[in-house]
Design a protein around this ligand. Sequence first.
Ligand code: ATP
Length: 234
Amino acid sequence: MLEIRDLVCGYGAVTALKGLSLKVDEGQLVALVGANGAGKSTTLRAVSGLIPARSGSIHFAGRDITGTDPRKVLAQGIAHCPEGRRVFPQMSVAENLAMGAYLRRDPAGVSADLARIYGEFPRLAERKHQAAGTLSGGEQQMLAIGRALMSRPRLVLFDEPSLGLAPNIVERMFAVIRAICDTGTTVLLVEQNAFAALELCDYAYLLETGRIVLAGTGSTLIADPHVRQAYLGG
Ligand code: ATP
């Protein structure tokens, strides 16, 4: 469904991705793990069209989307749930969710999805008129996930959804992400919490300084001596 080939991207003099290739098959939950600064967020930004590719290509659902602007990428079915959640703090929960659906022209479908998200996250329903900035970290993360789902995406890109959350909330959040995949939405998950991501995923890639150095099932990576040593505390 998503195929990145030999992608090179960067910021000024910094080359963050140095020829990255990876694939996400439809219906899969694929994890992209690696250390701080390896290029995980850059990969997601490139897919979303937030930064240009210097070379290489990105194909989605059979189309070349390299260099496509973010709004069109979203319209094609890719939602990005960014690092640090980035909810609109002054806007209410309901307004944040509505923003996720801003390109849609099917009001009945939008209402049905909104009802489903409130059903899934009752805390958001209870707080629908509250400013998003007043929610707890875990609630803001659920709101960011709900907002991404409001575009009815075929693929969701999650950037570090566990960052800064209490352990019990992290567990619930990973369960939500697994459920999103199990109900038919393809997921590309970026995480520094390597063990949790590898346990959760169908397939995984390890990124080191802008290149994929290892790929396989989560259990293959968990068993790999280099991964154990460098990312799983031995
Ligand atoms: P993190 O978990 O810290 O977000 P990451 O694996 O997602 O790590 P990226 O954020 O993609 O890594 O960063 C990859 C490289 O690009 C790093 O060397 C980083 O310093 C650099 N970089 C990222 N964003 C910018 C930017 N806006 N300007 C300049 N360099 C950047």
